[in-house]
Ligand binder design. Structure first.
Ligand SMILES: [Zn+2]
Length: 352
């Protein structure tokens, strides 16, 4: 009987060596430790053995059972380790593979130019003031010295948001960044109404007009406007500031000239031309052979506008200007159609 137990152990251990996976291991467990395994048969027949053989056989049978159970646990652990190693091998990351390139975005050319302009004025002490896109007629026109039915409104066909029952004060999309002048002055003046602080601001933003869209006009475009209000500000301050701006924007040798013009909210008013940066003033198709490019409108703030902003025109004076980043880009890069700016065509946008 002891020899049978030796055989049982030997056969079971050598069978276990052949086991390669979990299902084979389970089959082995049933065959060698299960209810109908030969080892269990020995336990079943212990009672029928002679009394003096029983203890030795029982001890040996228990020993075989413990060894087989220990071998089973060990094999199960080996299989688990082997599976782990296999999956580590199979799922290993190859860090030497080149990565997928990320598509990098960029700022819209108008935004880039707006920021460049704002940056230059920031260096001169102007702070950016963001004003709302939706305005009332009062702020967009009346307080800027465009009374109702003023002919200058004809130049700014408007997109109305709400006109019903609002009489002379409908709500519209701002046609220029200028209403921000009134909002800024009133905000500054409210801080100290008797002694309003000086104003130095740049107002960038989108403007909207009811235009026929074609190569030269769009119904939306950007402006960067500026306003300086304080005591003893003169027209020469305006000229000095804008001439300096032109040099920082277009190069130290940029020459400018001022031409008399008309805007309802400035008096006197002037347009500023910069010497054509395409031909250097010799005359070309971009400057239409004049040698000059018009880049901005400007003027001394109208006394009525100062008053409406809360600044006493007897004591304060100021100047303002406005320019279009898209127009400057069109001139600089000879872009012949303004519709490219809002057409969302990456072939255009990725060139900047
Ligand atoms: Zn030119």
């Amino acid at each position: 009987m002891l020899a049978t137990l030796d055989d049982i152990e030997k056969v079971a251990i050598s069978a276990l060596k052949e086991v390669q996976d979990e299902s084979a291991l389970e089959a082995w467990r049933v065959a060698h430790l299960g209810r109908s395994a030969p080892l269990m048969d020995v336990f079943d027949h212990l009672g029928g053995l002679p009394k003096d053989e029983r203890p030795a056989i029982g001890r040996r049978a228990n020993e075989v059972k413990r060894r087989l159970e220990a071998a089973l646990l060990e094999k199960a652990e080996d299989l688990r380790q082997a599976a782990l190693t296999r999956s580590l091998q199979a799922e290993r990351l190859d860090v030497s593979l080149p990565g997928r390139p990320m598509a990098r975005g960029r700022l819209h050319p108008s935004t880039q130019t707006q920021r460049q302009i704002a940056h230059i004025f920031a260096e001169m002490g102007f702070q950016v003031y963001l004003s709302r896109d939706v305005e009332t007629d009062e702020y967009n026109f009346q307080l800027l010295n465009f009374p109702p039915h003023h002919p200058a409104r004809e130049m700014q066909d408007s997109l109305y948001v709400d006109a019903a029952n609002r009489g002379d004060n409908p709500i519209l999309l701002r046609t220029h960044t200028s209403p921000g002048q009134i909002r800024a002055m009133r905000e500054f003046a409210a801080a100290n109404p008797k002694n309003p602080p000086r104003v130095r601001i740049a107002l960038p933003g989108m403007c909207f007009r009811h235009e026929q869209i074609n190569a030269r006009s769009e119904m939306q475009f950007n402006q960067v406007e500026g306003l300086a209000v304080g005591e003893h500000i003169t027209f020469s301050d305006l000229k000095g500031t804008l001439t300096d701006f032109a040099r920082r924007m277009f190069g130290q040798n940029a020459r400018v000239r001022f031409r008399a013009s008309y805007f309802p909210f400035t008096e006197p008013s002037a347009e500023m031309d910069v010497e054509c940066f395409v031909c250097g003033g010799k005359g070309c198709s971009v400057c239409k052979n004049s040698g000059w490019l018009e880049i901005l409108g400007s003027g001394m703030v109208h006394p009525t506008v100062l008053q409406n902003g809360g600044y006493d025109p007897a004591r304060y004076s100021g100047y303002a200007w406005g320019m279009g980043p898209e127009r400057q880009l069109m001139l600089r890069y000879k872009i012949d159609d303004i519709r490219y700016f809002w057409g969302n065509d990456l072939r255009f946008l990725e060139q900047f």
